[in-house]
Design a protein around this ligand. Structure first.
Ligand code: HEM
Length: 427
C-alpha cells in the first residue's frame, strides 16, 4: 500500500466549500486530505474517485452518523449496515420506484396545485420557505397518505416540526442538556404511534396514492435486522425534506434568471398539468427534465457524504487507516470542463442536444447507500415546477441570491423574494 493522501489546507471551507474542494483537486489530485468539521478527512472529489470508493465500500467503509442521528432515527436504513441494510433497502425500494410512482402522480398534483395557486395569488413569497412547504405537503401525502384537511395533518405537522428541531441540536453529549432534544424524542414516539395507526389495508379505506400500504406489506415479515418501518418512515421524511426543497428552489431560481428556458418549459408545464401521466414518462417534458438535470449538476443539494474506514483500505493508491474519516462530494465531476464545457454556466441544453455526457451526475450519491428516493424526488420536483409554471412566470424581484449555506443542503442564506407573474396566455 502507498502512503497517506496529500494534505490540502481547508482555509475558506466554511464560506466556499466547493471552491476549496475544487482547488484541492487541482493541486493534489482526485484524493486528498483536509480538515472537515475539525477532523482529518480523506476527500474523494472526482467521478473516477467515486467509482473506486463505491467499489471498495462494502464491509470497509461505514456511514458516519452522529450519536444524535442514532438516538433520533434508531434502526432507520441509513443507520444500518451489512445484510440488515441491504434487506431494508430492498423492501423500501418497492414503494419508492418503478411502477409505484405512477400511483403518486395525481396525489402529488392534488397537493402541489393549490400551493402554487396560493404563491401566484400572494404576490411575493420567500422562495426557500415556499419550496419547503410544497416539499413537505407532497412527502406527507405520498409517504403517509395524509391529506392537508385531515385531523392527523395538524398533529403530524406539530410533531414533525419538533422532531426536525431536535435534528438541529449540537450532536455531542451536550445534546442531553437541550430541551429541543427531549422534545424531539417525545415527538418521535408520538409520530411512530401516528404512523402505526394510519390505514394500510383496502378494507380500512386505504389511500391508493400513498406509499404506506406497499411499505407495510414489504415489512410485514421482515427480519429484525431490517429495522422498523416507523424508523424508516421518519428517515424518508427527513431525507426528502431539505434536499428536495433545495432542488426545487434552485430550479426556480435558474428558470427566473434564464427566461428563455422558462418560456420553453411553460407549454410543457401546461401539458403536464392536463395530462399527468407525462410526469412519469422519461421521454416526455424534455425541457423540464433538462432543467432538472442541469440544476442537479450545478446545485447538488448535498455537500458531502461521510464515511469511516472500519479496516485499512487503499483508495487511489493511497493508504487509509482504520478509523479515518472519508468523504465524497456528490458534485464530483460536475464542474469538469472536459465533460461539461463552461461548467459554471446554466446550460440545460447540454442534456438535450446529442448524447448525454458519458459521466453521470452524482447528486443522488452512489454505491451501497445511493439515494433510495431519487425517482420520487425527481417526480416531486418536476411536479412542483409544472404546477408553478402553470400558474405564472418565475421572477426574482430582489435579484438572484447572494450568500449561500451548504448544510444540511445548499440553499440561499437570506430569504429570496419570488413571484409567479401571471401571463395573459398562461391559463
Ligand atoms: C433532491 C432530492 C434528494 C437528493 C439530492 C438526495 C441525495 C442523497 C444522497 C447524496 C444520498 C447518499 C448519502 C450517502 O452516500 O451517505 C442519499 C441517501 C438517501 N436518500 Fe436521498 N436525496 C434526495 C431525496 C430523497 C427522497 C425524496 C427520499 C425518500 C423519499 C430519499 C431517501 C434517501 C435515503 C433513505 C437515503 C439513505 C440510503 C442508505 O443509506 O442506504 N432521498 N440521498
Amino acid at each position: 500500500m502507498g502512503g497517506p493522501p496529500p494534505r490540502y489546507p481547508s482555509r475558506g471551507f466554511d464560506k466556499d466549500p466547493l471552491g476549496v474542494i475544487d482547488q484541492g483537486l487541482r493541486l493534489c489530485g482526485p484524493i486528498f486530505r483536509m480538515t472537515v468539521d475539525g477532523a482529518e478527512t480523506v476527500l474523494v472529489g472526482t467521478s473516477a474517485g467515486l467509482g473506486e470508493l463505491f467499489a471498495a465500500e462494502r464491509g470497509r467503509l461505514a456511514v458516519l452518523n452522529t450519536a444524535l442521528v442514532h438516538d433520533l432515527f434508531g434502526r432507520a436504513v441509513f443507520n444500518l449496515a451489512d445484510d440488515g441494510h441491504a434487506e431494508a433497502r430492498r423492501r423500501l425500494r418497492t414503494a419508492l420506484s418503478g411502477r409505484a410512482l405512477s400511483g403518486y402522480v395525481v396525489p402529488l398534483l392534488e397537493v402541489s396545485a393549490p400551493v402554487s395557486i396560493r404563491w401566484a395569488e400572494q404576490g411575493v413569497v420567500d422562495l426557500c420557505a415556499a419550496a419547503r412547504e410544497i416539499t413537505l405537503a407532497m412527502s406527507t401525502r405520498v409517504l403517509l397518505g395524509i391529506r392537508p384537511d385531515e385531523v392527523d395533518a395538524d398533529e403530524f405537522a406539530t410533531d414533525f416540526g419538533r422532531f426536525v428541531a431536535a435534528t438541529e441540536v449540537r450532536p455531542g453529549r451536550c445534546r442531553f442538556a437541550a430541551a429541543r432534544y427531549w422534545a424531539g424524542r417525545r415527538a418521535r414516539r408520538r409520530l411512530h404511534a401516528l404512523f402505526a395507526r394510519r390505514p394500510v389495508s383496502a378494507l380500512a379505506g386505504v389511500d391508493p396514492g400513498s406509499a404506506l400500504p406497499r411499505l407495510s406489506s414489504a415489512f410485514e415479515n421482515a427480519p429484525t435486522e431490517a429495522g422498523l418501518l416507523t424508523d424508516h418512515l421518519l428517515a424518508l421524511l427527513i431525507a426528502a425534506r431539505e434536499t428536495t426543497a433545495s432542488l426545487i428552489t434552485w430550479c426556480l431560481i435558474e428558470l427566473a434568471r434564464h427566461s428563455e428556458h422558462a418560456e420553453r418549459a411553460v407549454p410543457e408545464a401546461h401539458a403536464a398539468v392536463t395530462e399527468p401521466r407525462l410526469l412519469v414518462r422519461r421521454d416526455a417534458l424534455p425541457t423540464l427534465r433538462a432543467v432538472l438535470a442541469e440544476t442537479q449538476r450545478l446545485h447538488s443539494p448535498n455537500l458531502l457524504s461521510m464515511r469511516e474506514a472500519v479496516c485499512p483500505i487503499e483508495l487511489g493508491g493511497y493508504h487509509v487507516p482504520t478509523g479515518m474519516r472519508v468523504a465524497y462530494t456528490p458534485s464530483a465531476g460536475h464542474f469538469d470542463p472536459e465533460v461539461f464545457p463552461q461548467p459554471h454556466a446554466f446550460r440545460p441544453d447540454r442534456f438535450l442536444a446529442g448524447p448525454v455526457p458519458a459521466v453521470r451526475l452524482w447528486a443522488f450519491g452512489g454505491g451501497a447507500h445511493a439515494c433510495l428516493g431519487r425517482p420520487l424526488a425527481e417526480l416531486m420536483t418536476v411536479t412542483a415546477l409544472a404546477c408553478a409554471l402553470h400558474q405564472g412566470f418565475p421572477r426574482l424581484p430582489g435579484g438572484p441570491p447572494g450568500q449561500l449555506r451548504y448544510r444540511p443542503a445548499k440553499i440561499p442564506f437570506a430569504p429570496v423574494p419570488f413571484v409567479l407573474e401571471r401571463q395573459e396566455s398562461a391559463l
